[in-house]
Design a protein around this ligand. Structure first.
Ligand code: NAP
Length: 254
């Protein structure tokens, strides 16, 4: 690990998408970063996009592997962490009965179990350092999602857990629950969703990360970034579920 006096933040899933943008923005704010992911080549690309690579380090760990979480925690046990960004995550697109159970359970492990376990292990240090946690959830956590049912269940769990924790730890550690909608990252391809022209609600990555860090700066909170995602959230709340579910099923099938 590099020697420095900077405050340190662990970003899980730093090999692209939101994680890369978090890394770029947090470096500008003067943090030292622990970049976590699985794909070393992509993690090195994130490192290459940073201005001061000597301040940061990379840790590889598969959060679905038997010892993945333990090896990540072990690698950072000497670190004085100020921030934890639970960003790593993925979804599986497809009919539930046609999709194997192993990848479905892996979604729960990476998107829900890992954030809870990491926060629990790192909380004493984060509280001591007057730190923060950002939990990257999703608007999928606000609405059941046919053809991505397990992903929505994991994100609903993450949102509820994160919001309860935020209230419980008020004044001890700042927490942001980030709930974006569709965004142009690798997520869609990795989840196996069919190609599409792109949703009207798709919002640029920098808009999402700026909104999140702004919420953090203001003491934490529930963050729905950008007007398009706010509009989608409002629709989730006002359209009767029996109609909304049919619309979602049609959209997700195609
Ligand atoms: N893009 C969207 O539309 C959208 C909307 C709402 C919420 N989100 C959430 O945003 C977060 C970031 O995703 P993204 O959109 O930026 O997608 P992405 O570009 O695919 O990034 C996902 C990151 O998670 C890591 N990851 C996935 N499975 C992992 C595992 N088993 N162990 C360790 N790391 C793992 C990946 O690491 P490797 O590449 O090294 O495997 C990658 O760095 C996720 O939690 C996602 O659910 C995305």
């Amino acid at each position: 690990m590099p020697e420095h006096d900077l405050k340190t933040v662990l970003i899980t899933g730093a090999s692209g998408g939101f994680g890369l943008e978090f890394a770029k923005k947090l470096e500008l704010l003067g943090y030292s970063l622990i970049l976590h992911g699985r794909d070393m080549a992509r993690l090195q690309m994130t490192m290459g996009a940073l201005k001061h690579p000597e301040r940061h380090c990379i840790i590889q760990a598969d959060l679905n592997a038997k010892h993945g979480l333990i090896s990540l925690l072990d690698a950072i046990k000497e670190e004085k962490l100020t921030g934890l960004i639970n960003n790593a995550g993925f979804g599986i697109w497809g009919g539930f009965e046609q999709t194997g159970i192993v990848p479905q359970i892996d979604v729960i492990k990476t998107d829900l179990k890992a954030p809870i376990a990491l926060a629990h292990a790192l909380l004493p240090e984060l509280i001591k350092n007057n730190g923060f946690i950002i939990n990257v959830s999703s608007l999928a956590g606000e609405y059941p999602l046919p053809y991505m049912s397990t992903y929505a269940a994991a994100k609903a769990g993450l949102t509820y857990w994160s919001e309860a924790l935020r209230t419980e730890l008020d004044g001890k550690v700042r927490i942001v629950t980030l709930a974006p909608g569709p965004s142009p990252t690798g997520f869609r391809i990795i989840s196996g969703m069919p190609n599409s022209k792109g949703s009207f609600f798709r919002t640029p990555i920098p808009v999402i990360i700026d909104a999140c860090l702004n919420t953090l700066h203001n003491g934490g909170g529930y963050c729905i970034p950008g007007w398009r995602h706010k509009l989608l959230y409002a629709m989730q709340k006002v359209i009767p579920r029996c109609i909304g579910l049919r619309i979602m099923a049609k959209q997700m099938r195609s």
